[in-house]
Design a protein around this ligand. Structure first.
Ligand code: PMP
Length: 397
């Protein structure tokens, strides 16, 4: 049986991580893998998470099963965190949230729900998009196409081209949108642009699928959800996949949520029942631990306040890095590159570098990033910015 399987090439990100670890240089910089890092290059457990985790463990009476939909308190609190407490989708009871194993699990659940409807819509993703969107969605049997999104030269969204494409899609197709902190480009829609997108989605009867994996790491918790909130207030049907990996630092605990917005309460309930059935057939139920921690943080004032402060600190560190790096790049590359980095948001940006230039950075300067030029802003330290900007300038054309 298995002799028909050829070994696959290593995942480029994992290969990059291994190469970084093996590099003996004393000055080396890892801008590859997408986890938040502090000024010392560490990804510590958040203090609010540690405290809530201890409270969860102290209070836990049993380890018995929870169920395919996961923790109901987590589902309710996360739905409120994304939409805001007074959102019409909530007051009209048209939305349901189902816990999922991370944002990836949520994205796959949503894809399987689309398949379960029997309509097999095409999903349109931004060009470029996060690489894992492709296997997560197409693995469920959905066809993928891309819409124009990023202008690598200016570092901005090609908004007219994007809108024109969306305006030509057939009714019932799905449009995947990054809620904030676009991965890999950092180029987000303005609220005015979200409004135009929401109108086109409504008019053309397209189904938005919002992926929000960085709430609180762009402009702020409320601001980063504005796009998703506007979409949910405009269209009759939508999906929202949420990840708690980055903003709670819970990566390996696998905490996420899939929200479905339906035309009415009965359809929302029916959709949630299908999501639970799908979950049961793939992994039976999501892991409890991380979701229990998030529920505790969101429901207890002290933990909540501490978490918000820690999230603010992570965001502000990245904003400061962006600003300082942008000023340095303006000198070593040009003002356009600097302005783009300064305007973009979240954990990632894409430097306008050729794959060969990226190779040179790694070989000559011990600076590691994927060959598309994507950098993890949190991988920079203030102390390394001048070195980094000089090196980027030396390979930039
Ligand atoms: N969507 C995007 C755009 C992401 O960048 C990520 C994390 N890299 C995810 C979803 C989901 O991550 P996880 O499954 O680790 O929660």
């Amino acid at each position: 049986m298995f002799d028909s399987l050829q070994a696959l090439p290593e995942d480029p990100i994992l290969g990059l991580m291994a190469a970084f670890r093996a590099d003996p240089a004393s000055r080396k910089i890892d801008l590859g893998v997408g986890v938040y890092k502090d000024e010392h290059g560490k990804t510590p457990v958040l203090a609010a998470v540690r405290a809530a985790e201890q409270a969860v463990l102290a209070d836990q009476q049993t380890k018995t099963y929870v169920g395919p939909g996961g923790n109901d308190q987590f589902n309710a609190l996360m739905t409120e965190l994304i939409l805001g407490k007074q959102h019409t989708a909530l007051t009209s009871r048209r939305v349901r949230g189902v816990q999922a194993p991370g944002g990836c699990g949520a994205l796959r659940l949503g894809a399987e729900l689309l398949i379960a409807t029997g309509s097999r819509p095409t999903v349109h993703v931004s060009d470029p998009t996060w690489a894992n969107h492709v296997p997560l969605l197409s693995g469920a049997g959905l066809k993928l196409e891309s819409y124009p999104y990023f202008d690598a030269r200016t570092g901005a969204v090609r908004f007219d081209a994007m809108l024109e494409r969306l305006d030509a899609l057939p009714a019932g197709d799905v449009v995947l949108l990054h809620g904030c902190c676009h991965n890999p480009t950092g180029a987000d829609l303005s609220m005015e642009q979200w409004r135009k997108v929401a109108d086109v989605l409504l008019q053309r009867r397209l189904i938005p699928y919002v992926d929000i994996a960085y709430q609180g790491l762009g402009e702020g918790i409320e601001q980063d959800a504005e796009g998703a909130r506007l979409i949910a207030a405009t269209v009759p049907e939508a999906l929202v996949a949420v990840s708690c990996s980055k903003n709670f630092g819970l990566y390996r605990e696998r905490v996420g949520l899939l929200m479905v917005l339906a035309e009415n309460e009965a359809q929302a309930n029916a959709s949630a029942s299908h999501l639970r059935k799908i979950a049961r057939g793939i992994y039976s139920m999501p892991p409890d631990h991380g979701a229990a921690i998030v529920a505790r943080i969101l429901s207890e004032a002290k933990f909540n306040a501490d978490w918000r402060n820690e999230l603010d600190a992570m965001r502000n560190r990245m904003l400061k890095l962006r600003h300082t790096f942008a000023a340095a790049l303006t000198k070593t590359c040009n003002a356009e590159v600097g302005t783009a980095i300064d305007r973009q948001r979240g954990m990632f940006s894409m430097l306008p570098l050729t794959p060969e230039a990226v190779d040179t950075l790694r070989e000559k300067h011990h600076i590691y990033m994927t060959r598309d030029g994507r950098i993890n802003i949190a991988g920079i330290s203030l102390e390394s910015i001048d070195y980094l900007a000089e090196a980027v300038g030396s390979v930039f054309r």
